[in-house]
Design a protein around this ligand. Structure first.
Ligand code: VAH
Length: 371
């Protein structure tokens, strides 16, 4: 590239603040970034809506543990047809008939871009990811889905000024992080590909926010406990499985040691937090990545609470070394004081309420099944 042009390129770019003035007419390939990332007027403002106009929401990885519940909450808020669930698997009848569903593979950039354009999407909730335990068993797939997939989502979100939510996790911390509690800002050296990919998501999401003005928002979820959806290959899954087995057989075998303390949350608190941060005004978000917390407990404490509802319940332990090592590298407690201060986050469910609501769901479900 002729020197005079190189000089013009860098004098222009270095002068340009992260968000504000339109880019000078310099061929993007000379900027050393891929053309698909920046269009001339991109990323200087996130999509704003008139009061009547609701966001048009796309949820990727929609058939995982959280997508269906979030779609239900957002459809109540923004209308059924304004929330599109997507995944690479076929939905059940219940999901298919409860609102818009579309096939979407986040590794297929063109497919995802077409969906965003054809459905005039303004918000993207990115739930596609391989979780901790299944990620360790499929590192290259976890890297592709959790990292390459994320890059596709970031580029499309920037190109189309989307408000983008990407969940992170307690798994984004490692053994060198303060564990009791883990604050928002501290050393993050996780030991799983899942954790590494989520630290990357936090950092590159924030980079796109400060560099291109992308409206990126991220919450670090604790282990989420849901009644009607199965978790997928995580380390905190025991806290969901225990209720299924307790109702079915009155017995449960736990793959973590009885005193393994981990931060946990009931799904309704998690989904409400996700809606609240997505609706929060930008100026109430001095940070773009937040811990959110509700409770932390051990398998022993959870079992004791279950016994209050099922006196004959028995728990045994058969420790799985891989998941125990992951849990031992994670925070025992979570400091979410910034989320509470900045955008008014607060949880509703503690351990007793959690176990009560899980039993009420499962007993009504089993009663219905035996009716
Ligand atoms: C896992 N449930 O165990 C997930 C989550 C907070 C933990 O990321 O991997």
């Amino acid at each position: 590239m002729p020197f005079w042009l190189l000089n013009q390129v860098f004098s222009q770019v270095l002068q340009r603040p992260a968000c504000g003035y339109p880019t000078p007419i310099v061929p993007v390939q000379f900027l050393g970034i891929s053309a698909r990332q920046v269009t001339s007027d991109a990323s200087f403002r996130s999509a704003s809506f008139s009061d009547t106009e609701h966001p048009r929401v796309l949820i990727t990885g929609g058939l995982g543990q959280l997508g269906v519940g979030l779609a239900k909450l957002l459809r109540k808020r923004f209308g059924k047809d304004n929330v599109i669930l997507s995944d690479i698997r076929k939905p059940s009848d219940h999901v298919f008939y409860s609102g818009p569903f579309i096939y979407s593979d986040i590794l297929d950039y063109k497919n995802l871009r077409e969906i965003v354009v054809n459905n005039r999407i303004t918000w993207l909730i990115h739930y596609s990811a391989l979780l901790s335990a299944v990620g360790e068993a499929n590192v290259s797939l976890a890297r592709a889905v959790n990292i390459t997939g994320l890059h596709n989502v970031l580029d499309i979100a920037t190109e189309h000024n989307l408000r983008l939510f990407v969940p992170s996790t307690i798994g984004a911390f490692g053994p060198s992080s303060p564990r009791n509690p883990a604050p928002d800002l501290c050393i993050q050296r996780p030991r799983t590909i899942y954790g590494v990919s989520k630290v990357h998501a936090e950092l590159i999401g924030e980079y796109y926010h400060y560099r291109y003005g992308l409206d990126f928002r991220c919450l670090r979820y604790p282990g989420i406990i849901s009644a009607d959806t199965q978790p997928g290959g995580g380390t905190t899954d025991y806290a969901v499985q225990i209720f299924h087995d307790a109702i079915k057989s009155g017995k449960f075998q736990c793959y973590l040691k009885p005193d393994t303390r981990l931060p946990m949350m009931y799904i309704d608190d998690c989904l409400r937090a996700t809606l609240e941060i997505m609706e929060a005004s930008s100026d109430s978000l001095p940070m773009r990545t937040y811990n959110i917390n509700a409770m932390s407990f051990t398998p022993e404490e959870l079992a004791q609470e279950v016994v209050k509802h099922l006196p004959e319940f028995q728990v045994t332990y058969n420790v799985d070394a891989v998941r125990q090592a992951i849990a031992d590298s994670w925070p025992m407690n979570f400091d979410d004081s910034n989320a509470r201060k900045d955008w008014g986050w607060k949880h509703y469910y503690d351990l007793p309420e959690l176990v009560t609501v899980m039993f009420s769901f499962h007993t009504s479900e089993s009663r219905a099944a035996h009716a």
